[in-house]
Design a protein around this ligand. Structure first.
Ligand code: GLU
Length: 304
């Protein structure tokens, strides 16, 4: 399949559309990003690569990192994650507090902020050096050693992370946070600040398209069954309160972040990452969603 030609065609078709989205300026460091950048990269399980635009430019992956921390917890730790977080779509914004009170401090799923904070708490309790261990995991699955945190973005988020502090304090009051709040927040703000390109992200997610095995190294990250479950979680919970719409329009499991990135996986075939910084009102990349919708329609490669 000549994916590059298809990328060009879709980009050209989307160009005339006015982009009503806004960059995520609630994290001050992200407000400086040039909103007109656009990149896409697809990597097949067989190792073929297809790129367009700013595919090698790094950006803030934000909530996409929640998949990495979840997988690390799911694959390595002894504690039962499902006693600490649910696995149902939230249907509320990513940083919402309302359900947590009703649900007695148990987040609906690991991909909303509250759930990701619980996962960071689990990693804080079970890994020797969580921040280093998380980075080395991502470096291993991509084969790229220069992937790192952006401490300016982490600090910027720390200074303005009022809702995230509210979430973690509420969960702590219900006994669902075991470690010191500041140490868990430090991990959380850092994972959100990781910078990667579309090329690196599509490579990093390839094990989820390959029954849990990293194609370039042969390392088994998750069993085939846990891989299926992780993809199912991305399908139902990967896009905040727009997971239904993403499933309806794109039809692939995936995860978005407020840096404007989206990664989606076609089991047995490929992982694709797209980046366009302007977000729609739900916090997902406006053009990224449209691009992927056109892509799976033109290539007939939705899983449905
Ligand atoms: N760092 C962001 C926050 O906690 C992540 C949000 C996201 O990408 O969904 O608000």
């Amino acid at each position: 399949m000549q994916y590059e030609t298809i990328f060009q065609e879709i980009y050209r078709d989307l160009q005339p559309l006015e982009d009503p989205g806004q960059v995520a300026d609630y994290i001050p460091e992200l407000a400086h990003v040039d909103p007109y950048q656009f990149g896409v990269h697809l990597t097949t399980v067989g190792g073929d690569k297809f790129a367009f635009g700013d595919a090698e430019k790094r950006f803030s992956i934000q909530s996409i990192a929640k998949v990495f921390t979840f997988v690390l917890a799911y694959s390595h730790v002894k504690s039962n994650i499902w006693e600490r977080t649910g696995l149902e779509p939230a249907g509320t914004p990513f940083n919402s507090l309302v359900q947590l009170e009703y649900d007695k401090g148990i987040p609906r799923n690991p991909f909303i902020n509250a759930g990701a904070l619980v996962v960071c708490d689990i990693l804080a309790g079970e890994l020797a050096s969580p921040k280093e261990n998380i980075l080395s995991f991502i470096r291993r699955i991509t084969g790229v050693d220069s992937i790192s945190y952006n401490s300016g973005v982490a600090l910027s988020e720390k200074k303005t992370g009022y809702r995230n502090y509210a979430l973690i304090n509420l969960m702590k009051s219900f006994g669902n946070i075991r470690n010191d709040i500041d140490s868990v927040m430090d991990i959380y703000f850092h994972i959100c600040s990781i910078e990667m390109s579309c090329k690196e992200l599509s490579k990093a997610f390839l094990f989820l398209a390959n029954n849990g095995i990293v194609p370039h190294s042969g390392e088994q990250i998750l069993s085939a069954s846990r891989t299926k479950r992780t993809n199912a979680l991305m399908q139902t919970c990967g896009f905040y309160d727009e997971a239904g719409e993403f499933t309806f329009k794109v039809g692939l499991p995936g995860k978005s972040g407020v840096g404007g990135g989206i990664v989606a996986v076609h089991p047995e075939k490929y992982a694709i990452a797209v980046w366009s910084p302007r977000l729609n009102r739900k916090g997902n990349s406006y053009k990224g969603m449209l691009f992927l919708e056109e892509f799976t329609s033109k290539t007939r490669s939705s899983i449905f």
